[in-house]
Ligand binder design. Structure first.
Ligand code: NAP
Length: 337
């Protein structure tokens, strides 16, 4: 839904640069950010898009889907690497809000995780925060993860995790959980920098995202479901997993940006499901895929509450809808052949 001119005028009052309806989205071509950009464009926002390699969508296989979005004429493209402060500043200046979504999410293990995962996540985040402060951005929404919440040798009572919980980076290092190191350190540094520079920061920590893909190369969380459907492994751990629809995550990001009262961290999870239960639901819906045949016991038995986000007005869709739309999307991308 587009805002009326009166609403635009109210929202722009006192804002820096192009007003409240001009925002920057990092990692815009990725799985979550593509849905975020789609929603922002549909609401009348102008979206600054820093692209790593080029400032054009033509022939850019990772990002060219963005030009097919409705209102794509409101995208403003910049050649800007997250690790280059000057380039990033150029993409952010004139925006009232920044959605920092970009972070390395590898499809498998990487040879040098400190260099390839931790450094870009942390240094990229600090660059975004510093450039936002220098450009007098009003509000920053940072996509963290439950990876920054629940990886600890000392779980809370009843394994019930909320926004107060933090992953233990030393424990993550020892257990070689490098993605969790990168997300936890990046979010911690973001909070420190926001405090130092007096920035308004809100973070959203989603669980595993599923749902349709707008982008072309498959992303890591979608690949988890693709592998279950293809029965890539006969035996899988029977972990309890938080699942959330990528479209509901994108809505959550817009919600915390637009709601003035939003503050602090927000856990974002819709359904807690054991792997064998997830497979049973899928089998009922799609009996002809291969699926794993056996399960190993898993100590992952975590329970996550999104009460804080729901109290802000967030809703999520049923799991079956997410799964059906995922499968349809994977078929369209030829991932299940
Ligand atoms: P994705 O599709 O892989 O998107 C990640 C985006 O970050 C890509 O556009 C990527 O651009 C960009 N990026 C990575 N390193 C970069 C760098 N050094 N400079 C500039 N851009 C860089 O993954 P996603 O699932 O949408 O994840 C988006 C965010 O959500 C991440 O912060 C992730 O940690 C978080 N998250 C995801 C999930 C999930 O289940 N999907 C759950 C919780 C949190 P290139 O492709 O050009 O490298």
């Amino acid at each position: 839904m587009e805002y009326t001119p009166k609403e635009v005028a109210v929202m722009s009052g006192g804002a820096v640069g192009g007003g409240r309806l001009v925002v920057c989205v990092t990692g815009a071509g990725g799985y979550i950010a593509s849905w975020l950009v789609k929603i922002l464009l549909s609401k009348g926002y102008t979206v600054h898009v820093p692209l790593q390699v080029t400032s054009s969508l033509a022939g850019d296989k990772k990002n060219e889907h963005l030009k097919n979005l409705e209102n794509s004429e409101k995208l403003v493209l910049f050649k800007a690497d997250l690790l280059n402060y000057g380039e990033l500043y150029s993409a952010i200046v004139g925006c009232s809000g920044v959605f920092h979504v970009a972070s390395p999410v590898p499809l498998g293990s990487v040879p040098n995780p400190e260099k390839e995962l931790v450094e870009p996540a942390v240094d990229g985040t600090l660059n975004v925060l510093k450039a936002s402060a220098d450009a007098e951005v009003k509000k920053i929404v940072f996509v963290s993860s439950t990876a920054a919440i629940f990886v600890t040798p000392n779980p809370p009572e009843n394994n019930f995790y909320d926004e107060e919980c933090w992953s233990d980076t030393e424990y993550c290092r020892v257990t070689e959980n490098w993605y969790c190191v990168s997300k936890t350190l990046a979010e911690k540094r973001a909070w420190e920098c926001a405090k130092e520079r007096g920035l308004e920061l809100v973070t959203v920590c989603p669980t595993l995202n599923l749902g349709p893909m707008l982008q072309n190369p498959v992303n890591a969380s979608s690949l988890f479901l693709v592998k279950l459907l293809r029965g890539d492994k006969d035996t899988v751990p029977n972990a309890v997993r938080g699942i959330v629809d990528v479209r509901d995550v994108a809505e959550a990001l817009v919600l915390v940006y637009e709601k003035q009262e939003a503050s602090g961290r927000y856990l974002c999870s819709a359904h807690c499901v054991r792997t064998c239960e997830l497979v049973d639901i899928l089998k009922r819906m799609y009996p002809n895929y291969k699926y794993p045949k056996e399960y190993t016991a898993s100590s992952h038995d975590d329970c996550l509450s999104s009460k804080k986000l729901q109290n802000l007005g967030w809703h999520f869709r049923p799991l079956e809808e997410t799964l059906a739309d995922s499968v349809e999307s994977f078929r369209g991308h030829g991932l299940l052949e």
